[in-house]
Write a protein that binds this ligand. Sequence first.
Ligand SMILES: [Ca+2]
Ligand SMILES: [Ca+2]
Ligand SMILES: [Ca+2]
Ligand SMILES: [Ca+2]
Length: 714
Amino acid sequence: MISKKTAFLSIVILILIPFSGISYYIFGDKNLNPTNVVADDVPDVDLSELPQIDYDYLCYDWYNPKIEMLIILPPNKPDFVKAVEPLAEWKNEKGVKTIILNDTTGFSGRDEAEKIRNMIKYYYERENIRWVLLCGDAQSNLIPIREVYNPDPSGEPASKPTDFYYADLTGSWDYNRNGVFGESAVETGNVDEIDWTPEVYVGRLPANDAYELELMVNKTLKYETNPFIGEWMNRMLLAGGISDPSPKYPGDYEDEGRLTQYIWKSYVKSKMNFTHLCDYTGKYYPGKFIPDEPFEDLTQIKLRQNMTAGYSTVIMAGHGDNQNVFCRLLPTSAVAYNSDDAKNSGNTDMPSLVYIDACETTSYDDDNNLGETLINRSNAGAIGVIGALRFSWYYSNDINLEKLNRGNAKLFWEEFFQNKKFQQGRALYDSKVTYMNSDYFERGEATMNEEWQRKNILTYCLLGDPEVDIYTDVPKNASNPFKGNIFEAQMVSTVIKNNNGKAVPYARVHLRTKDGKYYTAYADINGRVNFRLPAQAGEKYNVTITGHNLIPSYFNFSTLTDNLAPEISDEDCSPDEPTVYDNVCFEVNSYDLESGLESVFLLQSEDDDDFDEYLYYRMLNSFRDDEDNLFKHTIHNLDPGKYSFLIIARDWANNYHILDDDSFEFTIPTPMMDYLLITMSIAIISITGISIFITYKGFKNYKYKLLHSRNDSF
Ligand SMILES: [Ca+2]
Ligand SMILES: [Ca+2]
Ligand SMILES: [Ca+2]
Ligand SMILES: [Ca+2]
C-alpha cells in the first residue's frame, strides 16, 4: 500500500542541536545557526541519538592538502632554489601542491642517491606524491643517478645508469646488501631487487648550473602558462629509419617505418596533423604514392627543416650513434639528426616532446648527447626527451611491434593518445607497466629475468618535467562549469569541457578560499569530476582549471545556504498486516535538491513508547539508475507486539524531514501456532508425567522383587 501523505510541510520546527567535537572552522556557522527540521505531526524525537555527519572527516582534505610533487635540488645551492621557485609557485597555483627539497640530512642511505630515494619514499608514504622532478645533471653528480647491475650482452660495462631507481619505491634495490644495486632474481638466487611497478613519475632537468636550470624552468613555465599559440601544437613529426640493413630473417629488414606508420595510423591520424619521414629497404613499403598514406624520404635536411618548423610531438626511430647522432641506417655515416642540428633548431617557442627510439642518444650521465642538447635549449629544442642512456635492444622481425624497442615506443604513444595520458612522465612510466603486462610477456616469451628486458625498461628515461601536459591541439579556455546555483555541502558533479564543448580528460580543478581551503579535484578520462563542498554557506571559491589543451582558466562562485529539508515523495510498508512470519519491507522515495540527501533512517519504537527510545536502521539505496531516489529496509520476523515507525531524511547541510505514516503502525499478533504449541506442551508434559510415573512404578517393582529374591537365598 502506498500512502498518499505527500503534503508534509505541516509543521516547521527549528531546534538547536549541539555539535560538540566538531571543529569551529568547518562548522562554525552551523553551530550558531539552528538546524532545520521539517516534520509532519510527529512525536518528539531526540535526533542526537542518530549518527551525526562527520564534517571533520569530510573537510579534512580541504585544510590539509597533500603534497603531490617534489622538486629535488642539490644541497647548498641557493641559486638553484631561486631558479626553480617560479615553477614551484606555478604548480602550487594550479593546484599541484609542490615543495622544493635540497637537503637529505637525516635520511639514511649509503650514498647520496639512496638518501634521495629514501627522502622521496618518506614523502610518498606520508603525502600523495605522484611527480618527482630532479634538478641537476647526473654527470657532475649534482643529482646522482643510480648505477645498476645489468650485464646485458651489449659489451658495455655491467653497471648501467637509471633514474627508474627513484620511481620504484617498493623494491629493495639491494636485497642481499652487497652494495650491488638492481640485481635480478637469477643473480640473488631468489628475489628481484627491483619491483617493476613505479610508484611515482620521475623526470630530470640535467642542469650543470643555475643558469641552465633557469632556462629549462622558464621554458617549462612558458609552455604551461603562456605558450606561443600556433598550429605547431597540432602537429606530430614521425621519422622512421632502418635498424638492420643486413637482415638475418626473411620478411623484415627492420624498417622502423613499420612502427612510425603504425603510430600515425592508430593514434595520430584522428587527432593531429602529422609529417611522416621514412627510409625503407624495399621489404617494407610505406605507400609513397597512396594518397592517404603520405610520406617523404627521411634525410638529414628534411628532419632538420621539420624540427625547425615546430611540432608538439616527435618520434625518431632507428639507430643511435656516439650519443649525439640519430641515424637513418647503418653505417652511422647516414646521419638523420645530430647534436648540431639540435643546437641550431629554429623551433623557437615551439619545444617538442621528443621520443628517440634508438641507442644511447640520451646518455645524460655524460655530456654532448642529443637528448641533453635538445632539453638544454632556451625556449626551443625539446620540452621533454625520452631516450636511452645506453644501447637499447630490439628483436629482428618483430612485425607485430610488441618486443623491446618497438613495443616500448608503440605502447608509449598508446598510453599518450589512446589512454589520454598527455603528461610525459605518466605516459612513459605507465607504458613500461603496460609493456611488462603485455601479451608478449603473458605468452611467456619474455621475463624480467632477461637482462635485455631489464635494460630497456631501465635505460629509457625522461629529461623534462614529468607533470607537464603536452599539447596535441591549439589550447582553448575551459567553459565555466559553475554557472548554476551551488549550495553548501553540495556534491559537485560536472564534466570539464573546453569552450568548444569538448571534454578534457583528467582535467585539474583547483579550488581555494580566503580562510585557507586548498583543494584539487581531478577529472576522470572523460572529464567528469565529483567532489563535495564543505558545509559552509556564503563561502567564495576561486577556481583554477588546467589540463590537456587548456589555457589556464579562472572562475569563482559562492555557496548558497541550504535550509530546505529533503523531500519525501512516497513511502510504503508491506505487507499491510504483517505477522511474525513476514519480512516487513519499507520503501521510501526521498531526495534533496540543494546539498543532496545524506541519509534516510527508519526508526522503530515498541509498545506505546512513542520514540522515547528507538532502534534505527539506515535505509539503503540500490544506486540503480531506475531507482535513483528509492531507499529500502527490510526487517525480518518481528516478535509479536505493537510497533511504530518513523522515516527521517537528512541532507548534507543537516536539515531533517521526519515523516510519520499511519500505515507505519501495526501490531504483530501472537500467532495461532503459539496457542497450539502451548496446548501441545501441556499435553507433552502430561504424557511425560505419566511415563515417569510408570517407570517409577516399574523400578519400584523391580526393587521389590530383587529384595524379595535376596531374601529367598538366605
Ligand atoms: Ca644487491
Ligand atoms: Ca614499486
Ligand atoms: Ca650530462
Ligand atoms: Ca536541502
